[in-house]
Design a binder for this molecule. Structure first.
Ligand code: ZN
Length: 356
């Protein structure tokens, strides 16, 4: 079976299961309320590493726990209803096979189930895992959901970089449900029109920008070689919400700063002279939408100040950091950054030279 589009190289199943919407969002085809985003994996790693340094203590357990909650929530929704009951009773092994297949499509790594006993334990080996603590949480959340009981999770990384994961059913009841789906902002309609691949109907830009390897479970940005992953927006927000609750209210600012520094270095590394006027900014904010980060609709430049509006931002601090990185790379000045909450569906990001 041919798994990739012969024209654009995008996995056919990825295109079948997702929609790139005109509003700057990516959603699941079967459930438009479930939003996905393409995140730079270096950004994720940088942020978690930097928050750990700030905290002065390991944060792996917080990461695993947050991902576990959202993973369970997602699987519960997937398995709800009559079909779910049948799956839980009859075919749970095949649910895990489906899940590891899904992980490789999303670029989370290549997983194999090595041992499984229903209601008792699940063991697996994961190569090219996007993040040890995060994928441990993803899989443990699925275990909690499929088995209907809480598991104890252990994992270690061997010398070759393979992650060995073991989940054992505990006597404990499943932890309380997710912390209430955060009130979600309305989705603002957009007018983006993607040129589509004539063969598979994926956005042409998707295949042009990224290369997909379902055997290794990886996706890379072709131009930079950077790894990216597709993850649920609820899952990502849940993770940062949990980190903020545990580590303090200045976490969003810290997240913004780490992302700003990363983007600045990537753009500087390209060594091109970039247009820093409104046209340059409009061009830059158009790169948000193929990743499902939101819909950059407006950019105004007045003197040293830049104001950008992004509709449907997936996470405001990361959008603000992404934009501020462009500012610093193109002006050579340190940015002072502010953003508004997107309760009404959009965020306004204001960037100006930082006060020295
Ligand atoms: Zn195609």
């Amino acid at each position: 079976m041919i798994r990739y589009c012969s024209r654009c190289g995008v996995p056919k199943i990825l295109t079948a299961e997702h929609r790139w919407d005109s509003s700057g969002t990516i959603t699941l085809a079967r459930d438009p309320s479930h939003r996905m985003v393409i995140v730079d994996n270096v950004a994720l790693t940088n942020i978690l590493d930097s928050l750990e340094v700030r905290a002065g203590a390991p944060i792996e357990a917080i990461v695993t726990d947050a991902k576990r909650k959202s993973g369970r929530h997602f699987m519960d929704a997937l398995l709800s209803g009559v079909k779910g009951v049948a799956v839980r009773n009859l075919a749970s092994a095949s649910v895990y096979r489906r899940l590891v297949n899904q992980a490789s499509i999303l670029g989370l790594g290549h997983a194999e189930v090595t041992a499984y006993r229903r209601h008792r334990f699940l063991e697996g080996v994961i190569t090219d895992a996007y993040s040890g603590p995060a994928i441990a949480g993803d899989i443990c959340g699925a275990f909690d959901s499929v088995e209907g009981r809480a598991g104890d999770v252990h994992y270690e990384v061997d010398a070759a970089g393979c992650l060995h994961l073991a989940i054992e059913a505990s006597g404990r009841a499943r932890p309380a449900g997710p912390d209430g789906a955060a009130a979600s902002a309305p989705v603002l309609q957009g007018r983006n029109i993607f040129e589509l691949c004539p063969v598979c109907k994926a956005p042409v830009e998707l295949g042009a920008r990224f290369s997909f390897d379902m055997d290794h479970g990886t996706i890379h940005e072709s131009k930079t070689g950077h790894r990216v992953v597709l993850i649920g927006v609820i899952s990502l927000k849940g993770l940062f919400g949990e980190l903020e609750a545990e580590l303090g209210p200045d976490i969003p600012e810290a997240v913004m700063t780490v992302e700003k520094d990363r983007v600045r270095e990537v753009i500087r590394g390209k060594g091109k002279d970039l247009d820093t006027g409104p046209e340059g900014w409009l061009h830059f904010i158009r790169t948000l939408r193929i990743r499902g980060m939101g819909n950059g609709t407006d950019a105004s430049v007045s003197g040293d100040n830049v104001k950008v509006r992004v509709e449907n931002p997936y996470f405001e601090p990361l959008v603000a950091g992404f934009l501020a990185g462009f500012f610093e790379a193109t002006t050579g000045r340190e940015a002072g950054v502010a953003w508004t909450r997107s309760d009404a569906g959009h965020t306004d990001v204001t960037i100006e030279p930082a006060l020295q």
